[in-house]
Write a protein that binds this ligand. Structure first.
Ligand code: FES
Ligand code: FES
Length: 149
């Protein structure tokens, strides 16, 4: 049993403390926007924020998230207003199949918090998410658009 704060809501999850946060979020809290891709911290599909920092929840034990603020894609918009990264994603029609996109958006939102005007080199260094549909060029354009918003 563990108590988590997810998108500002305190929730109790009935899992072993070593269970990956991803499974607690999806199966116990019922928020399925965060996806399972590789399970080994390589693809970024499972990216959420822990106290505002992007983390790969497939390798983050639930115990490490206790006492911290977990934010998932479902909690990124505020009062029904899309986050500027979500807005840019819509404007630039970034998603194709969409599977990787929640993780990408969460990674980019964390990047812009740290570096409001990232260069292409900053993007290359920090956005290492894998998109099997190859949306990387649209992702880069949308990041620069969000940075100007
Ligand atoms: S599912 Fe977590 S990084 Fe791929
Ligand atoms: S949009 Fe299909 S995997 Fe990225």
């Amino acid at each position: 049993m563990a108590r988590l704060t997810v998108n500002g809501r305190s929730v109790e999850v009935n899992v072993n403390p070593s269970t990956p946060l991803l499974w607690a979020i999806r199966e116990q809290v019922g928020l399925t926007g965060t996806k399972y891709g590789c399970g080994v911290a390589q693809c970024g599909a499972c990216t959420v924020h822990l106290d505002g920092k992007a983390v790969r929840s497939c390798v983050m034990p639930v115990a490490a998230a206790e006492g911290k603020q977990v934010t998932t894609i479902e909690g990124l918009a505020s009062n029904g207003v899309l986050h500027k990264v979500q807005k840019a994603w819509v404007d630039y029609e970034v998603p194709q199949c969409g599977y990787c996109q929640a993780g990408l958006i969460m990674a980019v939102a964390a990047l812009l918090k740290d570096k409001p005007k990232p260069t292409d080199a900053d993007i290359d260094a920090s956005i290492t998410n894998i998109c099997r549909c190859g949306t990387f060029q649209q992702v880069r354009e949308a990041i620069h658009a969000a940075a100007k918003a």
